[in-house]
Design a protein around this ligand. Sequence first.
Ligand SMILES: C[S@@+](CC[C@H](N)C(=O)[O-])C[C@H]1O[C@@H](n2cnc3c(N)ncnc32)[C@H](O)[C@@H]1O
Length: 436
Amino acid sequence: MKNDILELECIDITVDGQGVCRKDGLVVFVKEMIPGEKGLVKIIAEKKNCAYGIIDELTLSSPYRIKPDCPIAYKCGGCDYRYIAYDHQLVLKKRVLEATFRNMGLDVHVNDIIKCDDPYHYRNKVQVPVRDHKFGFYRKFSNDIVEFDTCYTETELANNIFNDVKKIIRQLRTDSYFRHILIKHAQGTGEVMLGLIVRDFKVPDIDKLVETITDTHDCIKSVILNKNDREDNVILGEEEKVLYGRNYIIDEFEGLRFRIAFKSFYQVNYQQMIKLYKLARDLAKPDKDTRLLDLYSGIGTISLFMAGYCREVTGVEIVKEAVDNAIENARMNSIDNAKFYLDDARADLSKYLIDKDVVIVDPPRKGLSEKLINSLIKSGINRVVYISCNPATLARDLVLLKDDYDFSEIHPVDMFPFTTHVECVALLKRIEQKVK
Ligand SMILES: C[S@@+](CC[C@H](N)C(=O)[O-])C[C@H]1O[C@@H](n2cnc3c(N)ncnc32)[C@H](O)[C@@H]1O
């Protein structure tokens, strides 16, 4: 079977963007094949129930296939859908979402995905590994570095700053001291944070690097040196120093200003973040009596955006820098009905749930813990808005909540154009007779 060439038609797409074909009962997953396409496929691996193939020749090409604009599109592991027209990416993502919920036995309507008006240069946070004298992204499933000058996903300013940092480090011949270059670009204010992740704090000529880059780019308001001497995949180390400016940058949206520290989470797509928060607000339907709990609150963006519509908001977050930012952000925006707590949202949060009317949860990819789900069910909270960056864990959690909460719609938001990822929001309304 391996190395055989089969004539196949692509009938579906997987969650990670592989084309799905069938031949005599065998499922063949084909890299970069779009549903509707036909062609000759070379089998590169065979398993018990399926095989994997690559396109040898397309005999019928999808009208949605485009020539990737990015020179490293097929090499870098960053964008899975660089060869598919943007509007069709949304059609495919919706189709995958429908299958995800259906396969979990959930009867929900998936709305059209809220698209990104400009799907290029949207990403405001960039992490570039430095290795073997190369600066670039990892090749998919590998530790090889693929170098680039322009990334069509990250913001143009981040590209420029990255290229200048790379040039200066090369001139100083100090690249072997660096592990990662990290750039955070606050698009509302234009401020930038540069993070330099190093094996050891002693880096020759680091002052020259900082002076040159901050002289060239006025927008850099913070340079952080972070030490990571671990040998695993974790990017950031514990210890850090401020080499220039402040230990945070400021962004703004909807008339609010936010401090973002080096280790604090911030949504990577600014234009879509604002749409996401407005959607969450419209589903939460807060009013002047609402006491809202924002779990996984980060730097308080959702809480403080909601505070103006609510009686009070409470945020819970596990990263100390983010909680400190959130408290300061409330003060900076003169918001006095918001409180923030450093706590683990996977633990039993009953104490925060008392007297709350609406809960917003926005967990990382692994979703909610059973403990939190049980506390929500016991609490009698009427309205839960679940924001998820991983449809698989959202579906898993909705199965656990479905006897106590009604939900009929999924509202997807495209935070990550040209990748297979998609953000989803679901409104859960308590089923009256089940109130315990
Ligand atoms: C997807 S982000 C959402 C943050 C925020 N809602 C926003 O829109 O910017 C998830 C947040 O959960 C935090 N987090 C991760 N695990 C947590 C836990 N066990 N308990 C509380 N917060 C946690 C992360 O630090 C991060 O700030």
